[in-house]
Design a protein around this ligand. Structure first.
Ligand code: PNW
Length: 472
């Protein structure tokens, strides 16, 4: 018998989703289009032209979904607010009907003893703000601070855990660099400007939340920090690794956690941008005290130096585009990481999660950590009895939760884990074909069926101990 893997009693067992991926109801109660509505309705941008118009209809089924969470023994639920439900033009007064949906959702969660964790921005910028220039424009950060204040005032009395941005790397570099995410722009200079203004939005939003909410609430940001590995210890490969680490991680955690961009980032990107949009005082505004850090982890990144990377789609798992999401890094080569892969083509490597947690433990000593996303897509199908068996997902979760437990043993202060995702949902450019849910969704009836991994996870959440992987 292997040693049981047991978690501290206060450890939070959660699941995560985001607004555009599950809500649907895109034209209800005053909501206007976000960049993801526009993008997904633009031919050729998503698999099969799929979009979130209905998604999994969570906007109408949230009560049943919360009941399901309670059945699964979840202690916490991470969701995001759709900005254009709250401020249809991205500015001005709030639409109460839009906020009311989140009030009802949160009340339902609290009534079931589930802690809400609210993400303000999970990629769905109001289209009007994109029309005014989007994240490359400084004004978007100022608009975000107002939006944060509105939501903080409306929900600060009942939501204790707040997250400003989800994965700003994806917003900046997939949205404005490679163009595989909304708004689909392919401009390396704009992607770096977007990154700075997302940082500024995080800082201004954090200050706005502090002023708008009770002091007991906690504020964090969720970063998809990459675990960057190199094919060798050769100086050229190490330099390539440093470059990607700056562009994936340092560009956000530098200003947010230490109040500075890495010097090496300025040097490496000087052919693309002069960073003149970083104004005096910006780094102080961005560098706000945080109560926790959210880490999203799926797979590591493996790089080497290359004379010149081949043209065409990269092997870096960030989607097919002939434009790189990595500005000024044409001399870095991305490699497929070893090991078994999920349906996304992402290799399974729990050691990367341990490494990531330990890195942020030394980078930000004393800052509580949460794994705000981790999970896997598989080609799940119901059996003739309608049950969905997903032993691969159970193995994935077991491996990664064990890595979290090892990190805690090694001194990391990890307070909780949010499985991505509660439900199968709209997986962005991949559409509905990639199923990340612990709960299966039949897309013709929208019926929900917990997969065997959901039952496995429920048992872990109830007992605080990982059931063996053979349990289905
Ligand atoms: C994250 N990459 O997306 C998001 O936060 C979720 O909304 C999403 O459904 C989930 O992970 C699974 O993909 C990512 O290319 C998308 O590196 C792309 C990348 C990373 C995260």
């Amino acid at each position: 018998m292997p040693e049981p893997v047991t978690f501290p009693p206060a450890f939070l067992w959660g699941a995560a989703t985001s607004a555009y991926q599950i809500e649907g109801a895109v034209r209800e109660d005053g909501r206007t289009p976000s960049i993801w509505d526009t993008f997904s309705h633009t031919p050729g941008k998503t698999a099969g032209g799929e979009h979130g118009d209905i998604a999994v209809d969570h906007y109408h089924r949230y009560r049943d979904d919360v009941a399901l969470m309670a059945e699964l023994g979840l202690g916490a639920y991470r969701f995001s607010v759709s900005w254009s439900r709250v401020q249809p033009t991205g500015r001005g007064p709030a639409v109460q009907r839009g906020l009311d949906f989140y009030r009802r959702l949160v009340d339902e969660l609290l009534a079931h003893g589930i802690k809400p964790a609210l993400t303000l921005y999970h990629w769905d910028l109001p289209q009007e703000l994109e029309d005014a220039g989007g994240w490359p424009e400084r004004d978007t950060a100022l608009r975000f601070a107002e939006y944060a204040q509105i939501v903080g005032e409306a929900l600060g009395d009942r939501v204790e855990q707040w997250i400003t941005l989800n994965e700003p790397w994806c917003s900046a570099f997939l949205g404005y660099g490679s163009g595989v995410h909304a708004p689909g722009r392919t401009d390396a200079a704009a992607s770096l400007k977007a990154a700075h203004h997302l940082n500024l939005a995080h800082g201004l939003g954090t200050s706005a939340l502090r002023a708008a909410m009770p002091a007991r609430n906690t504020i964090a940001v969720s970063l998809n920090s990459s675990v960057v590995r190199t094919v060798s210890q050769d100086p050229a490969d190490l330099a390539a690794g440093q470059r990607i680490d700056d562009l994936a991680n340092g560009v956000f955690h530098g200003p947010m956690l230490s109040g500075a961009y890495p010097e090496t980032l300025f040097e490496a990107t000087s052919s693309v941008t002069d960073w003149s949009y970083v104004l005096d005082g910006d780094l102080e505004l961005i560098h706000q005290p945080l109560d926790a850090l959210g880490l999203n982890y799926y797979t590591p990144t493996l790089v080497s130096a290359a004379e010149s990377a081949p043209a065409g789609p990269r092997a870096d798992g960030h989607g097919a585009s002939s434009y790189s999401p990595w500005p000024a890094a044409d001399d870095v080569m991305f490699h497929q990481t070893p090991g078994e892969r999920t349906e996304m083509g992402w290799s399974i490597d729990p050691t990367g999660l341990h490494e990531l947690i330990m890195r942020y433990t030394s980078l930000a000593p004393g800052l509580p950590l949460y794994i705000t996303e981790n999970g896997a897509a598989y080609d799940d199908k119901p059996d003739p009895e309608g049950r969905v068996h997903d032993p691969e997902r159970i193995a994935y979760l077991h491996g990664h939760l064990s890595a979290v437990r090892r990190a805690i043993t090694d001194g990391a202060d990890v307070r909780g884990y949010y499985l991505w995702s509660l439900l199968d949902n709209f997986e962005w450019a991949y559409g509905y074909g990639k199923r990340f849910g612990a709960v299966y969704v039949d897309y013709s009836t929208l019926a929900r069926t917990p997969k065997s991994s959901a039952h496995w996870y429920a048992q872990a959440a109830r007992s605080g101990e990982l059931p063996p992987v053979s349990t289905e």
